[in-house]
Design a binder for this molecule. Sequence first.
Ligand code: NAD
Length: 479
Amino acid sequence: MSVTVQQHKNFIGGEWVESDGGTMEVLNPSTGETIAEVQRSTEADVGRAVDAAKKALPDWLEKTPKDRMELLLKLADVLDENAEELAKLESVNVGKPMSIAVDEIPFSADNLRFFAGAARTLEGKAGAEYVEGYTSIIRREPLGIVAGITPWNYPLMMVVWKLGPALAGGNVQILKPAEQTPLTTLRFVELAQEVLPPGVLQVVTGDGVPVGDALVRSPDISLVSLTGDVETGKLIARNAADTLKRVHLELGGKAPMVVLDDADPEQVAEAIKIGGYWNSGQDCTASSRILVNQSIYDDVLDRAKAVVEAMKVADPADGDDVDMGPVISKDQQDRVLGFLERLDSTATVVTGGAALGDRGFFVKPTIVADVTQESEIVQREVFGPVVTMQRFASDDEAIAMANDVRYGLAASVFSQNVGRALNAARKLDFGTVWVNEHLFPLASEMPHGGFKESGYGKDMSLYSMEEYTRIKHVAVKLS
Ligand code: NAD
């Protein structure tokens, strides 16, 4: 059956605009087939979007928090009303099972509703006389034009995490979706054009360089928020230094799941299935390192192997019971398999360890045991359906091993003893710590963001408003 290849343009200044850079293909990773063509934009396209944003800004700055709330609520309704279409598009473009894609839309709508409310909570904390004869006022202001650069693993959800606080804070935004997965971003913005004035939310598709790079270097843009790889984050932080713009970085992770000796092995095995293989393990908070007390290690490993081997790995189009789809691309498949080819001689592949089938970009869900703490597969983000298992003898040893990576995004601890679990949560050097759970829950009210080389700044929650607003002191002479 031949696939209809959809053509897409950039959305600039309220219009669909072609780039003179030509087009690039977008694939279905389950089949390797081309499903769409989008603009391979240039620096000049970014310049056009910046000009349109400058034009839109003065009117947008006149909107009250109530106005912005109402628009964000309408955007949330747009997500709900088009949930099925958006979920299907995300499933085809990312290769994620429908069960996952369907889950993401209501949560994204909830996120926008949270930020609709957040728009009305913004305040400065003064309005008094601190020097005789003067009244000081603190204004919390929008930054102006902000950019959102997003990754391919949760394309629409990451856009929503960035546009909620951006618009709530009174900014206009230019989005640069990942090369591989621009389709739901383009469709959402198409739907949003009924709600937002031209130039308030724009999309320019294309490669990291030149498109993302031009956003980072633009003197007219006040903030770049990236969700992406650690190395991309470092590069962006360096390049943004030339204009001293703000940078918000949600980067990679290498989350440990710390299983103490009193944990329930069955609960842990189920949590490994979700934590390690949700979205094909292409999750910055995936439980890629399972650390288990030696007294229950064999039991946990046996149960995890059984659970993982029972997973249905297939094209999400094969049915609602698919647990795991492909990874995003041939490059990503090669990258994941490369880690498995370079394993230390001590390591044992307990299950998986290879590509699956000859169509699309599948990797078998994999467990690797007997790895050493210093090995590459423990120290570097794989970003695929691969978890490692390590044993420890004491809680302190587990915490030391868990913290001994350059990342600091998320971690979990499993124990029946609340005191031991809380003590571990206190000592784990990660931006999120789950107890007796991994990956969920996410709540719009709660911050998401890392420590160490996982970046800085927060998505979601009122804390994210700090990234997207600035504080001004106004001092008024009283006579
Ligand atoms: P990536 O860093 O390769 O790309 C992310 C985005 O940055 C893309 O849109 C890309 O085009 C753009 N980009 C690349 N080079 C650029 C440059 N020089 N200047 C400006 N923009 C540039 O990441 P990816 O492979 O798309 O996504 C996977 C990564 O994202 C993983 O490391 C994962 O852990 C991370 N991630 C983090 C979070 C989080 O919340 N911390 C969430 C999801 C994904």
